[in-house]
Write a new protein. Structure first.
Length: 710
C-alpha cells in the first residue's frame, strides 16, 4: 500500500505491518528478522564494525514529557529529585504568580477533559529568555511562570508506543541533555559544528533563531563538522525534502549560503534554498520545470568541490520522499558513512506542526529500510534524539560550568551559562545496543560529534574543553563484546485527522504520577564520586571534600538551603581527582545537598551548637567490594550515638538499623555492603539529641561491569 503525501495525511498500514501487529510489536518485521539473524560474537571488532552512522534529530520534546513514566529510568520515581526553594520537590512547580503548585499530569487526561486530540498539543515558549526564566539560576523552579501550566503535561506508554518500544528494545540514555537552554537553531548548531558562536556583523551570541531571517542573515562564519568530514574524504549526506522545517542548520553557515547563492544566480527572487523550494511548492508543473532548469544552469557554474557540498547538504527531494531516498540508498549499497535525516514539518515531531504518531511513521520507515537489508543493518548505528525540550518540563537540572572555570569561559552569555540544556530523549538503535539497557552517562549533542570523532578520527576543535570534560562520547551506550538474542517485543496506528492545537490544563485534583515499577539493565559508567566534610568552627565554614576516583570527570552541584550561596554551585572534578569547597555557614547553621551523576546524593545539615557539632563523618567507596565505609570522628566533649538507617535497596540484615556510639575523642568505622543491591545504597544518619544533624548518602558504586538501574 502506498504512502499518501499531504500535510495532513492519513498513513495507512502496509501488509507487512499486519504481521508485526500480530506479533505484538511496533517494530518493522524486517528489522525484527534482521535482529534475529545477528550471530553470537558478531561485532567483536568494536567501532571498526560500524560502517554507517545515521543521525535523526527530531523536534522539541523533554525526557520527562516522553519517558517520565518509563520503567527503570530517571523519571517521576527519581529518589534523587532535588528540592526547590520553599522546601518542595522540583516536581511541585509553583503556579502562576506563585499561587499553588502544578504537578506533572497526563496529556491523555487533559485531552479527554478538554475534548481534544492528545496528539496535537501546542508548542510552548522555548526561547533563550524563557529557558533562562525556567532554569532560574539552577533552581529550576519557574517552569509554570515561564511556560504556562501546560509545561507539566506528559505522555504515557499507550500514547507513544513505538517510542517506548524502541527505548525498551535498544538503549535509552537518561542523562542526555540538549546543548543550550533555548530554541532549535542554537542546539542544531552544536550538532553540526560543536558549538553556537556569535551572530555575524558584530551581533550577540547565537542563542536564538536569528538565522531564520535568511534573506538578511549573512551566515555563521565558523567551520562545520560535515565540512571537516568532506576534507578528510569521508562520505556524508543530508536527507531532506522541499519542506525541511528549516532544520538543516548547515544552510545557515556562510560557506553553504555562498554556494547556494551561486547556484541560484539564475532564479529571480530566491536568494536562498528555502525561498527556492518555496517557489517550487507554489508553482505549477511548467513553473517547476523552469525553476529546475534555472537551478541546473547555476549548478553548472559551481566548482567540483562546491557541487559536492551542494549535493550533500543543500539539495532537497520532492515532498514525501525523505525516508524513501534514504531507503533507496540503503538498497543500492550507497548509504554514506554519515547520514543526517531532516524530516518535513509533518514528520518532525514538533508540537507546533507534527505529532508523536506522525513521527513514529517516519521512524518506522527508516527502521524498515535498514531491516530489509540485514547486511547494512548489522553495520549501522542510528542515534534518535531531539534538538531541545520545547517548553516542556524536565526535573533534572543540567550540569553548568563554574563561573571561575577557565575551561568553561566560552560557555557563558548574559551572565548565564549557555549549557548544558534540559534533558531530551536519546535512543541508540543498533545491533550493539540491543537489550533494553539504560545508559546514564552525561551526554549532549556534541557527544554525537565526539562519537564520530572516535569512529573517523576527524576532530572537531569547536567543542569547548569544559563540554568535553563533562559529557561523554556515547560509546558507553554500545556493547561490542557479545551477541544477544533479540527480545520479542503493531505498526504505528493511523494519524488522527488534524483538529487544532491546544494547551493541556492540569486537573483540579492533582497527584504525583507513578513510574512503571521495576528495573532495567544498565551500562557501566565511568564515574565513582564521593563527598564528605565537616563544620569548621574556627573558620565558620563547612569544609566539603569532593572526590572522583572514576576514569572520567564528574560534575557536582551544591544546592544551598540555608543561604550558603545565592544559587546552586557547580564544580567539576576530573578523573582521579579531588577538590575542597569552603562552604560559608551563616549563623552557625548549614543545610545543603550535593548531587552528581546517576543518583549520587549527599545531604549535609547541622548546627554549631548542636550535640553533633563535633562529629566528622568521612566516607570511602570500595569499588571492588562494592562497599561504602563510614568513619565517624568525635572531636566534641561528649559521646554521641548515631543511627544509620537504610532507606532503600537493602534486605535482610543489610536493612537493619545500625546504632553506633562514638565516645568523645574516639573514632568508629562501619561498612555497608551493596553487592546484593547491585551497588545501590541510600543511607540516613541521625544523632540522638540533635535534630539539626543529618547526613544522607545515596548513589551507585560502579565496578566496571553491567549493572541494573536503581
Amino acid at each position: 500500500m502506498g504512502w499518501e503525501i499531504s500535510r495532513r495525511r492519513m498513513l495507512a498500514l502496509g501488509a507487512g505491518a499486519a504481521g508485526a501487529a500480530a506479533a505484538g510489536s511496533l517494530l518493522p518485521p524486517s528489522l525484527r528478522q534482521a535482529m534475529a539473524q545477528q550471530r553470537p560474537g558478531e561485532g567483536a571488532g568494536g567501532l571498526a564494525d560500524i560502517r554507517h552512522v545515521v543521525i535523526l534529530m527530531q523536534e522539541n520534546r523533554s525526557f520527562d514529557h516522553y519517558f517520565g513514566t518509563l520503567r527503570g529510568v530517571r523519571g517521576f520515581g527519581d529518589r534523587n529529585a532535588v528540592e526547590i526553594p520553599g522546601g518542595r520537590s522540583v516536581f511541585e512547580q509553583p503556579g502562576a504568580l506563585g499561587a499553588g503548585t502544578v504537578l506533572p499530569f497526563p496529556v491523555r487526561e487533559a485531552a479527554e477533559k478538554q475534548r481534544q486530540d492528545l496528539q496535537y498539543i501546542s508548542d510552548l515558549d522555548h526561547s533563550w529568555a524563557g529557558g533562562g526564566t525556567a532554569w532560574h539560576g539552577g533552581w529550576s523552579d519557574r517552569w509554570v511562570t515561564a511556560k504556562t501550566a501546560a509545561t507539566m503535561a506528559y505522555y504515557e506508554r499507550r500514547d507513544i508506543p513505538l517510542q517506548f518500544e524502541l527505548a525498551e528494545t535498544f538503549t535509552v540514555c537518561d542523562a542526555y541533555h540538549s546543548s543550550i537552554h533555548t530554541s532549535t537553531s542554537p542546539n542544531r548548531n552544536h550538532l553540526v559544528s560543536g558549538w553556537t558562536g556569535f551572530e555575524p556583523d558584530g551581533g550577540g551570541r547565537a542563542v536564538n533563531n536569528d538565522c531564520y531571517a535568511e534573506d538578511t542573515h549573512p551566515g555563521y562564519s565558523w567551520t562545520t563538522y560535515p565540512e571537516r568530514l568532506e576534507e578528510a574524504g569521508h562520505s556524508w549526506r543530508v536527507y531532506q525534502e522541499w519542506d525541511n522545517f528549516t532544520d538543516n542548520n548547515l544552510e545557515f553557515f556562510a560557506s553553504f549560503k555562498t554556494i547556494g547563492a551561486k547556484a541560484l544566480a539564475e532564479v529571480d527572487g530566491a536568494e536562498n534554498m528555502t525561498a527556492f523550494y518555496g517557489k517550487m511548492a507554489e508553482a505549477d508543473e511548467a513553473g517547476r520545470a523552469d525553476l529546475s532548469a534555472r537551478l541546473k544552469k547555476g549548478l553548472a557554474t559551481l566548482t567540483e568541490a562546491e557541487r559536492s557540498l551542494f549535493d550533500r547538504a543543500l539539495h532537497r527531494g520532492e515532498p514525501g520522499t525523505t525516508a524513501e531516498a534514504f531507503a533507496a540508498d540503503v538498497a543500492a549499497g550507497e548509504l554514506p558513512e554519515v547520514s543526517y535525516l531532516v524530516p518535513a514539518t509533518v514528520d518532525c515531531e514538533h508540537p507546533g506542526g507534527s505529532s508523536p504518531v506522525q513521527s513514529a511513521h517516519f521512524v518506522y520507515k527508516v527502521l524498515d529500510a535498514l531491516g530489509r537489508h540485514p547486511d547494512v543493518w548489522r553495520h549501522t548505528a542510528l542515534f534518535l534524539t531531539f534538538d531541545e525540550n520545547d517548553g516542556f518540563f524536565d526535573h533534572v537540572p543540567p550540569p553548568a560550568p563554574a563561573e571561575d572555570d577557565p575551561e568553561g569561559a566560552d560557555e557563558w552569555w548574559q551572565e548565564r551559562p549557555t549549557g548544558l540544556g534540559m534533558r531530551v530523549p536519546m535512543t541508540v538503535i543498533s545491533p550493539w545496543s540491543v537489550g533494553g539497557y539504560v545508559c546514564s552517562q552525561v551526554f549532549d549533542h556534541t557527544s554525537i560529534i565526539r562519537f564520530l570523532e572516535k569512529w573517523t578520527g576527524v576532530r572537531e576543535p569547536n567543542i569547548t574543553p569544559w563540554r568535553r570534560s563533562v559529557t561523554g562520547d556515547l560509546t558507553a551506550a554500545f556493547d561490542f563484546s557479545r551477541g544477544r538474542r533479540q527480545p520479542e517485543t503493531e505498526q504505528p496506528g493511523e494519524v488522527p485527522p488534524f483538529t487544532e492545537r491546544w494547551k493541556p490544563k492540569p486537573p483540579a485534583e492533582q497527584r504525583m504520577p507513578a513510574q512503571e515499577p521495576g528495573t532495567r539493565p544498565a551500562r557501566a559508567l565511568p564515574y565513582r564520586p564521593d563527598a564528605d566534610g565537616a563544620y569548621d568552627p574556627d573558620g565558620g565554614r563547612f569544609r566539603l571534600g569532593l572526590r572522583n576516583s572514576g576514569t572520567e570527570s564528574t560534575h557536582f552541584t551544591l544546592y544551598p538551603y540555608e543561604g550558603e550561596y545565592e544559587r546552586p554551585l557547580h564544580r567539576d572534578v576530573r578523573a582521579k581527582g579531588e577538590t575542597e569547597v569552603e562552604v560559608p555557614v551563616r549563623d552557625g547553621v548549614h543545610r545543603f545537598t550535593v548531587t552528581g551523576p546517576n543518583g549520587f546524593r549527599r545531604e549535609f545539615a547541622g548546627s554549631a551548637d548542636g550535640a553533633a557539632a563535633g562529629l566528622k563523618v568521612g566516607t570511602y567507596i570500595d569499588g571492588d567490594r562494592r562497599e561504602i565505609h563510614l568513619t565517624v570522628v568525635n572531636t566534641g566533649a561528649r559521646a554521641c550515638t548515631l543511627s544509620c538507617v537504610p532507606q532503600a535497596y537493602a534486605e535482610g540484615r543489610d536493612a537493619e538499623t545500625r546504632r553506633l556510639r562514638v565516645d568523645a575523642g574516639s573514632t568508629r568505622t562501619i561498612a555497608h555492603a551493596t553487592r546484593g543491591a547491585h551497588g545501590w545504597y541510600d543511607l540516613l544518619l541521625t544523632v540522638e539529641g540533635d535534630d539539626s544533624f543529618r547526613r544522607r548518602l545515596m548513589g551507585h558504586i560502579e565496578n566496571g561491569e553491567e549493572s541494573v538501574t536503581g
